[in-house]
Design a protein around this ligand. Structure first.
Ligand SMILES: *Cc1c(COP(=O)(O)O)cnc(C)c1O
Length: 486
């Protein structure tokens, strides 16, 4: 007999049982086969479980209990800023006037929604030090691609067609070279020094009249602030290139430093990280792009402008790269970010950065005794450790990550960035209490001791989860295995 919580929904299926009732149809039934092109109709009925409403409720409740989310436990996933999403954001996003707006409504009937977006843009202009912001892009990587397309159009408008290369440091986020490629550029990698920062000599070597832009992730993926940004900006600008700031990690510099003041021409932000949009399951997100004045003509259209007291969507933008997202971006995430900025206020946002950086440094220093610390200097919002010492005992970083599951923690990012052996990348964020940080640290210390005294318990983890260790490649490539009736 199956434990109810463990049985598959397919095993609970009983032919003919249904979980809904619909009123009797009072219009003729439509033959869908006439609506779809030939060859698109399924030939066999889908195999769906037939269960009652109560069964389906129990099914999803059971699944939700197995899921690890921010509201259920600590989630120190480096480079992801898994911080608490205040529930006031959700309440505001659910206001009827926001939740029930139709994207095709006439501008005159959605003045409040447009006012919110316009005001959010003004806040982000202030936060980034740029001259204009678009909220259209749907995520960080999408913002990168949008920003690079702006740079491309800028060079082309100047008749500067030989700028085909984008320079990306080896410590950049993986989406940077990917976005550059999708935007039609060739990626040139610039090396880091043994201090984990961009090697300026190498930058001088690769920069030239074919440079379209330098993309800088700052703080970089090692959690380190690039100390020579002004020099880099000079090198790239003197060669005629533009500077792109990957601001997904703004949690480390928010209210303290602004990309616009450092010489950057384009920046993207991740509202679903720094500005507390939820970001599980791949979205929806929001990756606004800020630009300096000379790039404004190329921004995606429409842009939101103000004519007198009225907000309008302006499509009259002859040099625009066009639209990058249907309608005007992921509105609901923008409402959440706006609520967050307004409810935190300037002092609150400053405290975010201070606590994010303090928490990361506290954790890094306490763990440095038990794990290798490849870059022994102050970090920003996150830091990297190396499990090299544990590897010598036969315990890999992957084992440590799996062992953390037994204690109810979502593991940190592992094996990234690639230039650190047995890398563990931890981002505690500012929303965690000292008690939570201490319990996680104590657990990491315990695992380091287990690696010395009882390595099997780490190597064979997890022991307490619903499923044991999975074939990760198979799980990623084939998330849904077809259910086979026994
Ligand atoms: C998360 C992240 C991105 C990508 O953002 P998505 O919204 O996942 O596309 C880009 N750069 C950095 C530094 C990031 O941390």
């Amino acid at each position: 007999m199956h434990n109810q919580d463990q049985s598959l929904i397919f095993e609970r299926s009983t032919p003919g049982r249904i979980g809904y009732s619909l009123p009797e149809m009072d219009v003729p039934e439509l033959d869908v086969s006439t609506l779809l092109p030939e060859g698109y109709l399924r030939e066999v009925e889908p195999e769906l479980p037939e269960v009652s409403e109560l069964d389906i409720m129990r099914h999803y409740t059971a699944l939700s209990k197995r899921n690890h989310g921010l509201d259920s436990g600590f989630y120190p996933l480096g480079s992801c800023t898994m911080k608490y999403n205040p529930k006031i954001n959700e309440n505001v996003a659910r206001f009827n006037g926001f939740a029930h707006v139709h994207p095709l409504q006439d501008e005159s009937s959605v003045q409040g929604a447009l006012a919110l977006l316009y005001d959010l843009q003004q806040h982000l202009i202030e936060i980034t030090g740029m001259d204009e912001v678009t909220l259209q892009s749907a995520a960080g990587a999408h913002g990168e691609w949008t920003g690079l397309m702006l740079i491309r159009s800028y060079h082309e408008a100047n008749g500067d067609n030989k700028r085909t290369k984008v320079i990306v440091p080896d410590s950049a986020h993986g989406t940077n070279p990917a976005s550059a490629t999708i935007a039609g550029f060739e990626t040139i990698t610039v090396k880091s020094t043994n201090q984990g920062l961009v090697d300026l000599d190498d930058l001088r070597r690769v920069v030239g009249d074919d440079t379209a832009a330098l993309m800088l992730t700052n703080p970089n993926t090692l959690g380190l602030f690039e100390e020579q940004i002004l020099e880099m900006a000079d090198i790239v600008h003197n060669a005629g290139g533009k500077l792109y700031y990957d601001g997904a990690n703004l949690n480390a510099v928010l209210s303290k430093a602004r990309p616009g003041d450092m010489g950057f021409d384009v920046v993207h932000l991740n509202l679903h990280k720094t500005f507390t949009g939820p970001h599980g399951g791949g979205g929806p997100g929001s990756g606004p792009v800020g630009v300096k004045a000379d790039l404004i003509p190329f921004l995606p259209k429409p842009i939101i402008t103000k004519r007198g007291d009225e907000y309008i969507l302006d499509y009259d933008r002859p040099q625009s790269i066009g639209r990058v997202k249907p309608f005007y971006g992921n509105f609901g995430i923008n409402v959440r970010a706006y609520t967050y900025i307004r409810s935190m206020g300037p002092d609150g946002l400053k405290a975010v950065t201070e606590y994010a950086v303090l928490n990361a440094n506290y954790m890094m220093r306490r763990l440095a005794e038990y794990y290798d610390l490849p870059f022994d200097k102050h970090c920003k919002h996150e830091f990297v450790l190396s499990g090299k010492r544990q590897k010598k005992l036969g315990v890999r970083t992957l084992d440590i990550a799996k062992r953390l599951l037994d204690f109810g923690y979502h593991p940190p990012t592992i094996y990234f960035p690639l230039n650190v052996e047995e890398c563990i990348m931890i981002e505690p964020t500012e929303t965690e209490s000292k008690e939570t940080l201490d319990s996680f640290i104590d657990t990491m210390i315990q695992i380091a001791k287990e690696a010395e005294e009882n390595p099997e318990i780490v190597q064979e983890a997890p022991h307490t989860t619903v499923v044991g260790r999975m074939d990760e490649t198979l799980a990623a490539r084939k998330p849904v295995l077809k259910y086979q009736k026994a």
